[in-house]
Write a protein that binds this ligand. Structure first.
Ligand SMILES: Cc1cc2nc3c(=O)[nH]c(=O)nc-3n(C[C@H](O)[C@H](O)[C@H](O)COP(=O)(O)OP(=O)(O)OC[C@H]3O[C@@H](n4cnc5c(N)ncnc54)[C@H](O)[C@@H]3O)c2cc1C
Length: 323
């Protein structure tokens, strides 16, 4: 049962308000992107009591239209995809709550999660908290509009096809940005690297880029502006315009809740899991971008399906599930 803060029975809706839970649930999922929602669908269909808590910043919500997600030949917006997955999870009895989990700890039957408006206990917990891309310095409105119009992009694996033969800039420095330039060169001959800091390319990097015809332009880029046919910005005394811009500035990995429970992470900060999505902390599982992988919807969903099935089987090994 879910009780409101005042103890009243809570209403049920697509995204319930945060609540105090009376009894431990079988699984608490933290994160309501493609990974968390896939797990919610599977777990609810295993007849497990499942609560998903999400604070509403899925990277999928930023996708204007994904064209590489199988099954949607005309593409689908990330918002529409997430909405469909929420409806599917709710249909089979998962509870979806809006709210942020600030703290997790070990409890008698598993774990306790605390947020500003929630306290609940769960026998198992799935971390599906994703990552946040580091942005160039660009105001929120311009950023949102540029994303929506496909002038600003964060994922060449997802949408490199869409910039075929366009004039493209990669913003960044270091190995990630160089690899992104190399990757994008298989889509277009017109790729430029805009450095986000000074003097941070090695001789080898410079040669690698020169070999594939990628000019290096000193940055950092500033004063971004949307144009009818691209995104412009200033570097030194020049104003440049590109049909598409890819920041390659790395990500903030949301693995803090897992590390606070002692789960191991990689050097980059991704949660370490075994082939069944178990973390190094018993009863704690992880899936999606927060785990090292392809950072794609399909991969997040696949990991979540594996995690949910493992959770089901691990719980059943302690307490057999008989109907
Ligand atoms: C612009 C853009 C375009 C993309 N295009 C594509 C594409 O075309 N194809 C493709 O396959 N992939 C694409 N991706 C990547 C895709 O969005 C991600 O791989 C996918 O969303 C990962 O799913 P996830 O569930 O792991 O994480 P997310 O979708 O990021 O979801 C994580 C959720 O956890 C929540 N959360 C985090 N911490 C807490 C907390 N403490 N308490 C409560 N909730 C919390 C967040 O608010 C968020 O809702 C794109 C990404 C971007 C940014």
């Amino acid at each position: 049962m879910i009780l409101g803060r005042t103890g009243r029975s809570n209403r049920r809706g697509p995204r319930d308000t945060p609540a105090m839970m009376a009894a431990p649930v079988d699984c608490l999922i933290i994160g309501g992107g493609p990974a968390g929602l896939t797990a919610a669908i599977y777990l609810a269909r295993f007849h497990l009591s499942t609560v998903l808590l999400d604070d509403g910043h899925s990277r999928a919500l930023q996708i204007p239209c994904t064209n590489n997600h199988a099954g949607f030949p005309d593409g689908i917006s990330g918002r529409e995809l997430v909405g469909r997955m929420q409806a599917q999870a709710l249909r089979f009895g998962a509870r979806i709550l809006s709210g942020r989990v600030d703290d997790v700890m070990i409890a008698a039957e598993g774990f306790r999660a605390l947020g500003s408006d929630i306290a609940l206990e769960a026998r198992s917990m799935l971390i599906a908290t994703g990552v946040t891309n580091r942005r160039p310095i660009i105001d929120d409105a311009t950023h949102a509009e540029a994303l929506a119009r496909g002038k600003l992009r964060y994922c060449p694996v997802c949408d490199g096809f869409e910039v075929t033969d366009q004039n493209v800039a990669v913003i960044g420095s270091g190995p990630r940005a160089i690899s992104e330039c190399e990757f994008l060169r298989s889509y277009t001959a017109r790729v430029s690297l805009i450095l986000d800091r000074r003097d941070n390319l090695t001789e080898i990097d410079v040669r690698r880029l020169a070999d594939i015809g990628v000019p290096v332009i000193a940055g950092p880029p500033r004063d971004f502006g949307l144009e009818p046919d691209g995104l412009s910005f200033s570097v030194s005394k020049k104003r440049l315009r590109f049909e598409a811009v890819y920041p390659a500035l790395g990500s903030i990995i949301h693995s803090k809740l897992a590390t606070s429970l002692g789960a191991a992470v990689t050097d980059e900060g991704c949660i370490q899991v075994d082939p069944h999505q178990r973390t190094t902390r018993s009863g704690l599982y992880a899936a999606g971008d927060v785990v090292k992988g392809l950072d794609q919807i399909s991969h997040a969903m696949g990991e979540a399906g594996v995690a949910a099935t493992t959770i089901r089987n691990d719980l059943a090994s302690v307490r057999p599930r008989l109907r």
